[in-house]
Design a protein around this ligand. Structure first.
Ligand code: NOJ
Ligand code: CA
Length: 714
């Protein structure tokens, strides 16, 4: 690690006043600190620019990743924390530790970095702000810290002003910046094209608040002309607003843009307090971005003493049939009716309500037969007639089943088959109503044997004016995690803020949506390259409940009115269980369809949901992703590969296997004639013996892919 504290020495001894003076005498960038990554490839420079403006710069193998970029915050009704600073102290520390996640892609995670903590004082206000930088081999994390102090207690954030000045007009994989949703298709373009493409990119959603013609979301994936892969996101979003990025498309500078609240304020803080980490992952190999554990490393270790109740889960669900429009969540067809005026014991059922006892039992039987852990049931509770598209404070109570859903009998039946039922709480965006009912809803779950809940926040947030990604709502999601943990409940949050590695601290957060999931294949479709991008964007923050496994790719087979189709071959649907890492994986299609393709379903039955090791074999964002993972506690591996609309031939080098061992590989692949649109169900299954010396060429059809189970010693 290099050090250049020389110009700071007088400051330490004589105090802030002299530093302030020195700043003017020494001129720009006189106060500089440098810290390198453990392998020396990344260099972080911190300096105070003219006028005491805190500035950082990041290079990778001598190339600019982030050019000199300024730091700080603007406050409401108080002087900014952006300039007039002097360095009071600096401290460096080198850390090399390892830890084991409760569940994950690998068994052990190395947390290896060099840290620089710079304490800054603002002479004119006598306020102190600390910037902590951690430089890992795979990137940089930094955050603001505000110690308790006489002149900075409670304060309101007007805007965070963290810059990421890029070295060029990079290729970007971006989503429109929005305070309420990430359910957009990713646009791949140069940064200079963002403005021109923004309007078309901002497709409709049940709740959306785009904020700027050049605003984009994180995780933002970038690729420079000279082949640097750069990912910008945040880690440990706690008691703070979610950050988007505002692009200055002349100078290619991204600046933090926080989600406001109903008043337009961006955060309410009180010392001592912290910002989330701002993260920049960088490499000249795309696969390194996918293997990075930087975001997890920057989160706090869990305080949960007992985690034995947290279990990676594979599930089916009474779900896709409603998404496609074959069945309904609601018990009746009474539309636009006030919930408290419905007497469910008297009204006529619509005959399409899927969450009925007999039908749920069919799913339980299927799960039991195929060794799946659980069945999600949506539309089990009253209120579905009276919520969508309305701003209503109180709809769902989360404890009252429809008359045809026998909670007790289903609990008994599922238990007898060794299957769990996953609870569903659609909050209708009414955070206030959900918090009021949370305790009784979780007690109800405990009483009836549920240990996991899928939450949802469709529509605008209530109280009115709050956004899905504001500090207040962020605090709600984290409150739900804490309360759920008290009840030993796992949480899969849909429409909640995108994850930032918080599952390290709250390992009961086993899934999130926060992107365009498979459901959009029934709402017009996802791009064929969608699943070659998501691992580089959305998944950098944590696992996604993407809900793969659709074998009947024509939605009209379930609902003749719906002409959408899944933009993927069947074989690629299998690959997603490996490429889209999650400890929670759904087999999203209907049992009646799986029963017609049981040879292919075998992969879903076999694939693990928890891993000891993971290796990215091939990757290029927007083009292809091939990953191999070793199933937890076994010697078995699973390989998945997903490619874009062009198709390709992939080369798999099995050197990740134990030398000298023989394995049986079962390859589930696209047939030569397969095509995501024209011939999605054409697949072939073949078996072969492989060893660590095997190299295999494998064809992927347009919008296709393959999945391989590699079983040891058979
Ligand atoms: C949106 C969720 O993403 C989806 O999975 C769920 O079925 C619906 N909301 C209904 O709550
Ligand atoms: Ca959704």
């Amino acid at each position: 690690m290099q050090h250049s504290t020389y110009s700071l020495l007088p400051a330490r001894r004589v105090g802030q006043a002299i530093v302030w003076l020195a700043l003017f005498l020494l001129g720009p960038a006189a106060l500089a600190e440098t810290v390198q990554s453990p392998n020396g490839q990344l260099t972080l420079d911190f300096s105070l620019q003219n006028g005491g403006v805190p500035t950082y710069r990041l290079t990778y193998k001598g190339r600019d990743v982030i050019k000199p970029s300024t730091l700080g915050l603007e406050l409401k009704d108080a002087p900014s924390l952006t300039e007039g600073f002097a360095v009071a102290t600096t401290k460096t520390v080198a850390i090399d530790q390892s830890w084991q996640p409760v569940w994950g892609e690998v068994k052990t995670i190395r947390n290896h970095y060099n840290e620089l903590a710079v304490t800054l004082t603002q002479a004119t206000t006598q306020r102190t702000m600390l910037v902590r930088f951690r430089v890992f081999d795979d990137g940089l994390g930094f955050r603001y810290e505000f110690p308790r102090q006489p002149n900075l207690g409670y304060f309101v954030v007007k805007e965070e002003k963290t810059q990421f000045a890029l070295a060029g007009d990079h290729k970007a994989f971006w989503l429109p910046g929005d305070y309420d949703t990430q359910e957009y298709s990713t646009v791949t373009s140069k940064l200079s094209k963002v403005r021109g493409l923004m309007k078309a990119a901002t497709t409709p959603n049940a709740s959306q608040t785009p904020f700027s013609p050049t605003g984009v979301q994180t995780p933002l994936m970038l690729k420079s002309k000279d082949g640097l892969y750069i990912n910008i996101h945040e880690a440990a979003l706690v008691d703070y607003s979610c950050m988007s990025l505002e692009l200055d498309d002349k100078d290619m500078i991204l600046t933090s843009h926080l989600t406001p609240d109903a008043q337009g304020n961006k955060g309410y803080l009180q010392t001592p307090c912290l910002s989330p980490w701002r993260t920049v992952i960088v490499s000249d190999k795309a696969g390194d971005i996918l293997e990075s554990k930087l975001v997890l490393n920057l989160n706090e270790p869990t305080k949960f003493k007992d985690t034995s109740w947290i279990k990676p889960t594979k599930y089916v669900g009474v779900w896709w049939e409603m998404i496609t429009g074959k069945s309904t969540w609601a018990y009746t067809n009474m539309d636009n009716i006030k919930l408290d005026s419905i007497d469910y014991s008297k009204v006529k059922p619509n005959g399409t309500h899927a969450a009925n006892t007999a039908h749920v039992k069919e799913y339980i039987d299927f799960a039991a037969q195929h060794h799946l852990d659980a069945v999600l049931v949506e539309g089990w509770n009253t209120g579905w007639e009276d919520w969508f598209g309305k701003s209503k404070d109180y709809v769902f109570d989360f404890v009252t089943p429809y008359p045809d859903f026998d909670v007790e009998e289903l609990h008994r039946y599922a238990k007898s088959k060794g299957v769990k039922i996953i609870m569903h709480h659609e909050t209708s965006g009414s955070v206030r109503n959900y918090e009021r009912h949370l305790e009784s809803a979780f007690q109800f779950m405990n009483k009836h044997g549920y240990d996991a809940v899928k939450t949802g926040y469709v529509g605008d947030i209530l109280p009115r004016g709050e956004y899905h990604y504001g500090q207040w709502t962020v605090n709600h999601y984290n409150y739900v995690l804490e309360k759920a943990a008290e009840h030993h409940i796992m949480v899969n949050g849909h429409e909640a803020v995108r994850p930032t590695g918080l599952s390290r601290t709250y390992p009961n957060l086993i899934g999130n949506e926060a992107a365009r999931g498979t459901e959009y294949e029934a709402f017009g479709g996802n791009n064929a390259d969608h699943t070659t991008i998501l691992p580089f964007t959305r998944l950098i923050g944590g696992p996604m409940d993407y809900t793969p496994g659709i074998f009947q790719t024509k939605v009209s087979a379930y609902n003749p009115q719906n002409n959408s189709f899944v933009h993927s071959t069947l074989a690629r649907q299998l690959a997603l269980y490996v490429t889209m890492y999650s400890p929670l994986q759904m087999a999203a299609d209907l049992p009646e369809t799986y029963n017609k393709f049981l040879d292919a379903f075998q992969f879903i039955e076999d694939v693990a949901v928890d891993w000891d090791d993971s290796k990215v074999l091939e990757a290029e964002p927007g083009d292809y992703v091939t990953i191999a993972r070793k199933a937890k506690g076994t010697s078995n591996w699973f390989v998945g590969s997903s490619c874009d609309e062009n198709g390709r031939t992939s080369t798999i080098d099995f050197r990740f296997l134990d030398p000298g061992k023989k394995y049986t590989a079962t390859i589930y692949a696209d047939a030569k004639s397969a095509h995501y649109e024209k011939n999605p169900q054409a697949y072939q299954i073949r078996k072969m013996t492989v060893t660590s010396k095997t190299k295999l060429k494998q064809y992927c059809a347009p919008g296709g892919g393959y999945a391989i189970s590699v079983m040891a010693g058979k």
